[in-house]
Design a protein around this ligand. Sequence first.
Ligand SMILES: [Zn+2]
Length: 72
Amino acid sequence: MSNDKKPKKMEGTSGNVLELPKQCPVCSGKVKRAGFCDEHFLWFKAGLVNRAGEKPKDFDKKYQSYVRKPAA
Ligand SMILES: [Zn+2]
């Protein structure tokens, strides 16, 4: 079974809803997509940061290949 549902936005009670951060966890910039700014959303997609905005140990390597070869 692979029923890929998108999370529904819950209305009503505030405080019980999981909210996306209002700032990009990497640069504290304005959030545009999935909790990241435009630039760091691409980083997230490329595996340069995780959801919490943390960089992996081999970030430098990954970043080098990321800037050399943007994801097609
Ligand atoms: Zn950012």
